[in-house]
Write a protein that binds this ligand. Structure first.
Ligand code: BG6
Length: 477
């Protein structure tokens, strides 16, 4: 293998999530999920942070997930386009509420199960490996209303049933699985990550970390079930990654950067190494957090660790201990980073840092020594369609080219990376803002922020570019 080449069988592709693509939010027996309660604008942020007034969608409010890009009805056309680009893998999520509409139903919903059977068959027809996330920001609303979402231990058993149901059903079709998308997101957007709604005066940190424990146990149970039911499958975790840089070389800043990274690594330390790290135990002591564990939890976590580390990388982060510097937080970044004076930002204020991608991959591999799977990366940008119907997204190509080059460097560094599924190969609804105009795709979808448009699919310039990248296994980029 030359310095800049990718291993044979490298899984090139793209990634979407059910709630951002499928639409058909109540069709064929599907129940409401938390994303179906997320409107747009400021209200979206309030709900995502755990301030929610109603468990049913409000009249007159626009909820982008309800129709999304109508992937539910158009997946055949979409998969054909992905196949034309030569996709080797396609990451998607199963909507829990399509399988168990309320989350605690005694029997699964056959129509929901059938939909994913058909979708997997369609992918396999083109030799595209499905890479499946079990939970991507979509807890069934009934579980939030009745049990308080992941704050309740009850969800562990319900998730295990859901996981076993889909693992057994798709055991011959799906060989790559992931448990919780961006599991660390529950610390930043608690409603999105874990269906947490807070009451006045509650100790939020206590509730978040208890919910985290429940997800970690549920994740282990899913890993155990996957290994038992599909011995030739691989199951991973999924981290919203991005190295944190200290703003200066002051030892306090350096320590703070490490601490910030550990806030995220905490989850993967448990999922991959199998135990709560010392720094987390200290954090709990210092913040009066007491994790309620059941007998057997620790053994479960230890014995059922993940096979690979899935992660998303969009940007690096910067932190400081200087209150003056901390005033300078970039907008639009869920992780609240200090502005990096050396780097440019996207139109949504997300830092663009290809080198940080290499750093992050190295950091993760040094720490876990397990194969890495880059399951999200990309640039959210506004695309204009010319009068001739062309979309010249050179800026996207530029972003991806630089990131792929750094991924090649990481591989040359010795990092074991098994695949790369860029985010939103077909435009989908933005998770953080609910907008359609924040696009990541190689395929344009005619739909705007208000839900208007024909939903027609069009190839962008990047479509042809990415096809070439895949065709040459990353050599031509
Ligand atoms: C990740 C999520 O956080 O980033 C995706 O897993 C999301 O669901 C992606 O879409 C990009 O974020 P956004 O807010 O630009 O859609």
């Amino acid at each position: 293998m030359s310095k800049h080449s990718f291993p044979e069988g490298f899984l090139w592709g793209g990634a979407i999530a059910a709630n951002q693509a499928e639409g058909a939010y109540l069709e064929d027996g599907k129940g409401l999920t938390l994303v179906d309660l997320l409107p747009t604008g400021q209200k979206r942020w309030d709900v995502m942070l755990g301030k929610l007034d109603s468990f049913t969608p409000l009249e007159g409010e626009f909820y982008p997930s309800h129709e999304a890009i109508d992937f539910y009805h158009r997946y055949q056309e979409d998969v054909a386009l992905l196949a034309e680009m030569g996709f080797k893998a396609f990451r998607l999520s199963i909507s829990w509420a399509r399988i168990f509409p309320n989350g605690d139903d005694p029997e699964p919903n056959e129509k929901g199960l059938q939909f994913y059977d058909d979708l997997f068959d369609e992918l396999l027809k083109y030799n595209i490996q499905p890479v499946v996330t079990m939970a991507h920001f979509d807890v069934p609303v009934h579980l939030i209303e009745s049990y308080g979402g992941w704050r309740s231990r009850k969800l562990v058993g319900l998730f295990e049933t859901y996981a076993k149901t889909i693992l057994s059903r798709y055991k011959d079709k799906v060989k790559y699985w992931m448990t919780f998308n961006e599991i660390n997101m529950l610390l930043h957007l608690p409603f999105v990550g874990a269906g947490l709604v807070f009451k006045e005066g509650e100790n939020k940190k206590q509730i978040q970390y208890q919910a985290a424990h429940h997800q970690l146990v549920a994740s282990s149970l899913a890993v155990k079930a996957c290994h038992e039911l599909i011995p030739d499958a691989k199951i991973g975790c999924m981290l919203a990654a991005g190295a944190t840089y200290p703003y200066t070389c002051h030892p306090n800043d350096v320590f703070e950067a490490m601490t910030k990274d550990r806030e995220s690594f905490f989850f993967i330390d448990v999922q991959s190494r199998g135990e709560y790290p010392g720094y987390a135990k200290r954090f709990f002591r210092d913040h009066n957090i007491v994790i309620d564990m059941e007998e057997g939890d620790e053994a479960l976590l230890k014995n059922h660790t993940v096979d690979y580390i899935g992660f998303s990388y969009y940007a690096s982060r910067v932190t400081s201990t200087d209150p003056e510097v901390l005033k300078n937080i970039t907008s639009g970044n869920v992780f609240g980073s200090v502005e990096n004076p050396y780097l440019e930002k996207s139109e949504w204020g997300w830092t663009i840092d290809p080198k940080g991608f290499r750093t992050t991959a190295n950091q993760l591999y040094d720490r876990y020594q397990k194969p890495l799977f880059v399951v999200e990366n990309g640039l959210g940008a506004v695309d204009d369609v010319t009068l001739e119907g062309e979309i010249n997204d050179e800026y996207r190509i530029d972003y991806l080219r630089k990131h792929i080059a750094e991924m090649a460097e990481a591989i040359a560094d010795g990092v074991d990376i098994i695949g790369y599924t860029s985010w939103g190969p077909i435009d989908v609804v933005s998770a953080s803002t609910g907008e359609m105009k924040k696009r990541y795709g190689y395929i344009y979808v005619d739909r705007d922020n208000e839900g208007k448009g024909s939903l027609k699919r069009m190839k962008k310039k990047s479509f042809h570019w990415y096809k070439k990248v895949i065709e040459t296994n990353g050599e031509k980029r």
